[in-house]
Design a protein around this ligand. Sequence first.
Ligand code: CA
Length: 235
Amino acid sequence: MSKKNILIIEDEKPIREMVRFSFFNSDFILDEAEDVNQAREKILAHPPDLILLDWMLPGMNGVDFAKELRSKNTLGIDSEAVKIPIIMLTAKSEEKDKIKGLNAGMDDYVVKPFSTKELIARIHAVLRRSSDAQLDTVKIGHLELNEESQRVTCSGKQVSLGPLEFKLLSYFMHHPERVYSRSQILDRVWGGDVYVEERTVDVHIRRLRKVLAEHKQANLVQTIRGSGYRFSAKE
Ligand code: CA
């Protein structure tokens, strides 16, 4: 495992030092910012793998900064940076505040005072989760499909699909640039034991195309005369 870059945004120097000290001989390299202005510069220059974000900061607070990070392009950074996992460091342990924090796009939180052992365990867990989520995500052209959340987006906009259209699109996106016959598609998407007529495939392909057309992506699903269908981002 290569070393992960962690950015801590925390105005209290003793906490930054404690975390820095705990990172000696660990899998993490620590970068530090005292406030969100320093943090913005550091994120722009070198997006970290994970952010430790203090709630109470001078100027803009941590929750607002998390919202800023999660909303696209407010930093002028690419959309990858929008997905950097965030662990909130908070002295506020009230349930209401926790939820508020998580809604703002936090991946986890650690209540102060925390042990560095706990912090490191949380960092590992969040990094593991975010790399699993990336494995579950397939991107082709403007489309992005996530198996776990069953969500599809096109250039960041939500694409609403029925369950079968989702399965079809998922199969296609995992197997692009190949031609599949209707019976192969039935077998792989519907499952071999189900008796469905082959024209059912056409019905669902049509529905899928209709939704993709709303996002100007209908040409991704191509009809190959006499053979079947192909999913391709090429013309
Ligand atoms: Ca603080």
